[in-house]
Ligand binder design. Structure first.
Ligand code: FAD
Length: 560
């Protein structure tokens, strides 16, 4: 017979946010009984997880799940794989370790999605700052803004040692007009900043960093749905979760859903919380008609352009794969990136794109995307790989001959969906990020690519690169500054990739309120990247942790 076990709090999903939340709740109120229920195993200290280069083998080991998208209309109908961790620690056990903090304006806009609701100030830059500080041991104790950083938090961050092309890349960026930003992690990320990550060089997965003692961690346990109680004349109430094997974990106080941006909306839908017509199609009774569940999904996508080094530069061992580079002890375990450069785009050009996307509206110069925003990144990596360079790209040897330039669209306006493929909880949800559906998003990537081309052609990089030695997919010419918009768009359709930052599929203001409570249900919150109401000009993990810390603080206060 299926068992029933009761806890005060049941957290569904032991990922990045779930582990942080469970740990901080327990630390904040020792008397709470907490179940943390995770689909994957507890193998989060597996060598493949801990070692930066093991990441590519996680899928084969069952520690990572690739969620296929539907064919992407604006990407030559390509099916893109959206990876997510499938192990205690979630995607923090699978990610690339970039540790970034967004432009403060991005977070201030979050509160705007809450229409002045009580508690919305929690979701501003200043509101999240104590939590962003609390989680980090910032790498630059001496040189950074002390008001902006934490130095005793659980995540140790670091930057790379001086890699071989640091100075010419820097000087190339300066020639493009970028200025140095000595602290790009203080909410003002613009310009040339040091790249930062949270490797030591070993990974720091959430469950290894956050103390889970006293929390009942249940692994290899896949949740089917939230148990909901509907009594006449009363609000719907969450009473626990049911697993696919029939076991039930009941919550006397609250259930928190932390299954990540792909599975959280799926579980809400399977539980009868979602758009009534979608639920009807799958024979699921509508318990709460919540029209926005899964409807405001977005992701970061960008393009990685490989370049062959000049033969003398390659022979000097300037890139990864060359024996000289690999033998340098200070490069061992270092992330092969020197600079994270963040740029804003010309507002008048952007305004035209936004106008094309909304032909019947008048785009005001005060539109939030026209403020000085962090629209794109420019980065250089000391190796190249066919798999991140998009479809049709040849295999690229790991031999010290290649580097990669990349750009990323940080603030997409395209919105996609996560919907049900069936009522079977073991099936993948239907993931449609709807990449590059807007003129805005295509424009940002075109401009980012043009910045890459300017950088690669800049005088400081001339001794190391030949402009003609750029690699391109089969049947595509190398890109140049005279490549037309149409041809740049065609290349983006063929080569752009995701960097696995799914967000916003159960967003604040739409599906959850300012306290992350699911609207229309008592005793149920969402705490993970699904709740992000708008995109961020940063890789998301630091903000996911800060959201979990903030949620824990809120819950501990309420439960006192
Ligand atoms: C390959 C990759 C590279 C990335 N690189 C970076 C980077 O460099 N820097 C950065 O800042 N961010 C990066 N990210 C993004 C970042 O890691 C995620 O945004 C963040 O970890 C998401 O946290 P989360 O808590 O929302 O979800 P997750 O951490 O994915 O947690 C969800 C958890 O729920 C579990 N789960 C799902 N369904 C069920 C179910 N039915 N029952 C029980 N458990 C379930 C999952 O197994 C998982 O453990 C990367 C992500 C990936 C995948």
């Amino acid at each position: 017979m299926a068992t029933e076990t009761t806890f005060d709090i049941v957290i569904a999903g032991g990922g990045t946010a779930g582990c942080a939340l469970a740990s901080r709740l327990k630390q904040g109120n020792k008397s709470l009984s907490i179940a943390l229920i995770e689909r994957g195993s507890d193998d989060h200290t597996n060598e493949l997880v801990m070692n930066a280069w093991g990441r590519t083998r996680l899928e084969g080991a069952g520690l990572d799940t690739p969620y296929p998208t539907v064919p992407q209309k604006h990407m030559d109908d390509r099916v893109i794989k959206l990876h997510a961790g499938n192990v205690l620690s979630g995607s923090s056990a699978a990610n690339a370790g970039f540790w970034m903090r967004p432009d403060r304006k991005d977070l201030d806009l979050w509160a705007g999605h809450l229409d002045g609701e009580e508690g919305s100030e929690r979701w501003t830059y200043q509101g999240l700052l104590p939590h962003l500080k609390r989680i980090e041991s910032h790498w630059d104790r001496e040189g950074s803004d002390r008001e902006a950083h934490g130095f005793d938090g659980p995540f140790k961050t670091r930057t790379s040692p001086e890699l071989p092309l640091r100075q010419p890349i820097h000087d190339g960026l300066v020639s493009l007009g970028f200025e140095d930003n000595p602290d790009n992690l203080n909410g003002t990320p613009f310009g040339i900043g040091r790249h930062c990550d949270n490797w030591t060089p070993l990974r720091q997965p959430a469950a290894a960093v956050y103390d889970l003692s006293g929390v009942s961690v249940i692994t290899n346990a896949t949740i089917h749905k939230i148990l909901l109680e509907k009594k006449y004349g009363q609000d719907v109430r969450a009473t626990g979760v049911q697993l696919v094997d029939g076991r039930k974990f009941l919550a006397s106080k609250e259930v928190v859903l932390s299954c990540g941006a792909y599975r959280t909306p799926q579980i809400l839908l399977l539980s009868g919380i979602g758009p009534a017509e979608d639920l009807f199609r799958h024979g699921i009774e509508t318990i709460v008609d919540s029209p926005h569940v899964g409807k405001t999904f977005f992701d970061h996508s960008g393009i990685f352009i490989p370049w062959k080094l000049d033969s003398a530069a390659a022979e000097a061992g300037l890139a990864m794969g060359h024996p000289k580079y690999m033998a340098n002890p200070s490069f061992k375990g270092a992330t092969p990136i020197d600079w994270m450069t963040i740029g804003a785009l010309d507002p008048s050009a952007l305004q035209k794109q936004l106008q094309k996307d909304s032909p019947t509206a008048s785009i005001s110069p005060t539109h939030p995307l026209l403020a000085h925003r962090a629209h794109y990144w420019l980065a250089t990596t000391y190796y190249a790989s066919g798999s991140i360079s998009g479809e049709g790209m040849q295999e690229i040897p790991f031999d010290g001959n290649y580097i990669t330039f990349s750009t990323l669209n940080f603030l997409p306006t395209s919105r996609g969906t996560i919907t049900l493929s069936s009522s079977n909880p073991l099936d993948y949800p239907v993931c449609d990020p709807n990449y590059f559906a807007t003129e805005h998003d295509r424009f940002v990537l075109r401009e980012g690519i043009r910045q890459i081309l300017r950088l690669a052609q800049s005088e400081p990089l001339q001794p190391y690169l030949s402009p003609t030695d750029q690699l391109a997919p089969t049947n595509f010419p190398p890109l140049s500054l005279s490549t037309t918009d149409a041809d740049l768009d065609a290349r983006v359709r063929r080569s752009a990739i995701t960097i696995h930052h799914g967000m916003g599929s159960a967003s604040m203001g739409k599906v959850v309120d300012a306290k992350l409570r699911v609207k229309g249900v008592r005793g149920l919150r969402v705490c993970d990247a699904s709740v992000f109401p708008g995109p961020l000009s940063a890789t998301p993990q630091a903000v996911v942790y800060a959201v979990a810390e903030s949620c824990a603080e809120m819950m501990v206060g309420e439960l006192a």
